[in-house]
Every structure is written in C-alpha cells, then in structure tokens.
Design a protein around this ligand. Structure first.
Ligand SMILES: Cc1cc2nc3c(=O)[nH]c(=O)nc-3n(C[C@H](O)[C@H](O)[C@H](O)COP(=O)(O)OP(=O)(O)OC[C@H]3O[C@@H](n4cnc5c(N)ncnc54)[C@H](O)[C@@H]3O)c2cc1C
Length: 396
C-alpha cells in the first residue's frame, strides 16, 4: 500500500535536490524548496515518513530560551506554527495554550527571572510566575515541585503526525517526490562537490543533497568525509488512557527532567530522562524508563495515580556537544547541506526548513541561521543554552 503523498515506483536517476530523511526536517525543507520554485526534489527515506523521531516526540513547542540564537530561530518557528494549518491546508492541531517551565527551588526561580529579562531583550515575551500563579495555572501540580515557573503564553504543542502529514502532502502537491523504502548508503562527492547519493535502488545524481537523516545523520556524514562530534541519544515517552481535562498548557520540569501535556482527547503524554546518556539506537522500551516516567509523573500530578498507561515508546535523535542543531552547508563539500543534531527538532522544523531552503536557493545564509553552522563544532565554539530539559551528561 502506498501512503498518501508517497510516490509509487522507483526514484529517477537524477534530481536537482535529494533530501535524505522524510522526518519533519526533511519534509519541511522539501516543501520550502518547492515553494521557492525548486520542484525537482526527491525525499528518500528507508522507513516511512515520520517513522523516526518526528512521529515519536513530545510535540512541545516554545521559543522562550535563554540564548539569543535559540530564541530567534525558534521564535520564527513558533510564528510559522500558528499559520501552518492554513498554509498547508491540513489541520496540524496546534494548541497555543502556553508552555510552562517549572522551577522547584528558589535558586531555579531566581535564574528564571534572569532568563526572562534576556527573553524580553530578544523580543520573546514570557512571564515569571510565583507559586500562587502556578497553582492557578496548573492546580493539579504538586506544590512541592512548583515553586514558580516561566510561562510563554503563545507557545504550546501540535500533533506531530499531523505536522509530518501536512508537510508531506503539501510538498507532494507542489511537485516533490517522497519515497519510502529507499535506503541511502552513501553521499557521493567528487572534487569537493556533492554529486549524488548511492542507494539500495542504485545511484541517484544530484547537485544538492540535504542530510536530514536524524539519529543516523552522522553515519551519512562519514560517507562524505564530514566529521562532526555527534552522538546518538535515545529517549522514551508514555501516553495514558484519556482522563478529564486537568492540564491546559505544556509543562516541562527541569527538576524531574520531564516534559508533558494533555491532548484534546484527554490523554496525558509525558517523557522523562535519567541523568546519563543512552547512546543505543534500539527502539525497544525499557522497564526502568517506564518506572521512571510513571513515578515522576505521579509525583508531579498525584491525581494520575491509578490511571492506566496505554502505550510507551522510544525514539532516537542525534546530538552535538552544545545540544544545538547543525544547519547549513557542510564544511568541505559544496552542495551538501545539513539539518541535523536536532534535540528540539519538532519545534524547530518550520524555521529550519524555510531558512535552509532559502540558503540553498539564494546562496545567502540568514543571520538567524548563521550561528548554527557546522564549523562551530570543528572550531570548538558552542552555543550556550541553559533552559533545555535534557540530560547533558556533562557534555555541554
Ligand atoms: C521521545 C522524544 C521526545 C521528544 N520531544 C520533543 C518535543 O517535545 N519537542 C521537540 O521539538 N522535539 C522533541 N524531540 C526531538 C524531535 O523529535 C527531533 O528532533 C525531530 O523529530 C528530528 O526530526 P528529523 O526530521 O531531523 O529526524 P527524524 O524524524 O528522525 O527523521 C529522520 C529520517 O531519516 C531516515 N533515515 C535515516 N537514515 C537514512 C538513510 N541512510 N537512508 C534513508 N533514510 C534514512 C529515517 O528513517 C527517518 O525517517 C523528541 C524526541 C524524542 C525521541
């Protein structure tokens, strides 16, 4: 059976642009290329569109970060999220119901005041809430874990499958060919220029190749001789049976290393992490993560005690040492573009797709995208972002 929007039959022998990976990053880039008039584009995926992290994430979206770089990139994305349903002619179920990052200690709250001042400087509006205000916003949260919080009112969450399908359908309508079941074995380059890709369906020529291969992007880079210090990281999430609405906004808790929201149908969706770094790429779930998630979420929302877990799952991403994405042309291989190392790549996709496509079409790199170039990792520069709810394992 062919999925709607996925091309039937094998790819051609050549395209203007080949995108590796039909996750949200690859599809957003392909859609934006087509919007700019570049339609001879093939998106190749060895599994199915959204089969990677794009269909497995927590769906959370915000732009209130501590660094100018993250705030500006993700603010462009957030603005795009609010217009995507209309633009793609597909309801992505974006809920701009707010995003609260809890603080549990006085020290965390004090730091959130500093971060909010910076966000105001970047033009990103946020509010620091005290314990009473947090109680009004999330009355079911355990007050012991909610000393305060930083709240971004226009952030929230969207349905991850709908975003993938929306981009897929719009890209296909605009002339992009999306193939599933095509495994890319290598990026081909000659004389410092990309020439195409080698696949299990034969070689495909292209003057431009985009690596949007998610957790496997580093493996692809190595075939092109591009060496970046990336590692794989594995995350898990769960969803419960539907319960009465009790949580309107998205909530992240750095103290518990967790993030969650409640869907319109009432399911509670939450993921947590444990200190330490899991570099395996198995999609099997583990008992210890299931226990960690269940324990932490019942601790934060005691009313969840006794609610049944419907499903839990795992997903993998790639990470740079500073946890920031890598966006732009690869050093040393002209025509080879990267949209990789995404730890918050769902929320970042609308901006990244637009800016990367623009840089491919015009050759100009937008100032918002420029800091995320790969060269920073080779030269040992990093983008310091302190509000990520992720285990850093001391690496950033
Ligand atoms: C549990 C979990 C929770 C998360 N929560 C959030 C969140 O709340 N908000 C947020 O913004 N982000 C979140 N993320 C991160 C986010 O999901 C990813 O950053 C994002 O989906 C990356 O998108 P992508 O398109 O780069 O990669 P992917 O979606 O992984 O897509 C890559 C695609 O490339 C294909 N591929 C790989 N190698 C090859 C090859 N050699 N040949 C052909 N195809 C290939 C794969 O099959 C895959 O479909 C979470 C991730 C996980 C796992």
């Amino acid at each position: 059976m062919t999925l709607p929007g996925v091309a039937a039959g094998p790819p051609k022998a050549g395209y203007d642009v080949v995108v590796v990976g039909a996750g949200v990053q690859g599809l957003a880039t392909a859609y934006e290329l087509a919007r700019s008039g570049v339609t001879d584009v093939a998106v190749l995926d060895r599994s199915w569109p959204g089969g990677g992290a794009s269909g497995r994430n927590g769906e959370m979206i915000r732009s209130a970060f501590s660094s100018r770089e993250w705030s500006q990139l993700f603010d462009l994305s957030l603005r795009r999220f609010s217009e995507l349903s209309a633009e793609l002619d597909f309801n992505i179920l974006f809920s701009p119901s707010g995003y609260l990052v809890l603080s549990t200690t006085d020290d965390e709250l004090r730091r959130q005041h500093l971060v909010a001042a910076k966000q105001a400087e970047y033009g990103v509006q946020s509010e620091v809430l005290d314990a009473a205000e947090v109680r009004r916003l999330v009355p079911h949260a355990n007050p012991e874990l909610a000393r305060g919080g930083i709240f971004q009112r226009r952030a929230g969450f969207a349905h991850h499958d709908a975003v993938v399908w929306g981009y897929l359908r719009a890209a296909a309508r605009a002339g992009v060919s999306v193939f599933s079941g095509v495994d890319v074995h290598a990026v081909l380059a000659s004389g410092g220029r990309v020439t195409g890709v080698r696949t299990d369906h034969g070689d495909i020529a292209a003057d431009v190749v985009v690596n949007a291969a998610g957790a496997y992007s580093d493996d692809l880079n190595l075939t092109a001789g591009v060496r970046l210090p990336l590692v794989k990281a594995r995350l898990e999430m769960l969803v419960t049976e539907p319960v009465k609405p009790f949580l309107r906004c998205a909530v992240a808790t750095p103290h518990l290393l967790g993030y969650c929201h409640q869907t319109a149908r009432g399911e509670f969706v939450g993921g947590t992490e444990l200190p330490g770094h899991d570099e395996t790429d198995s999609l099997n779930t583990t008992y210890h993560m299931l226990r960690d998630m269940a324990t932490k979420w019942v601790r934060l929302f005691p009313d969840l005690g006794g609610v049944r877990i419907l499903r839990n799952w795992a997903g993998t991403v790639s990470q740079a040492p500073d946890l920031a994405p890598v966006l732009g042309e690869a050093p040393g291989v002209s025509g080879y573009h990267l949209s990789i190392a995404w730890v918050y790549g769902f929320m970042g996709a609308p901006a990244a797709g637009r800016l990367l496509a623009e840089s491919i079409v015009t050759g100009r790199v937008d100032a918002v995208m420029a800091p995320f170039e790969a060269r920073r990792l080779i030269e040992g520069r990093s983008i310091a972002e302190s509000t990520l709810v992720l285990t850093t394992d001391g690496r950033s």
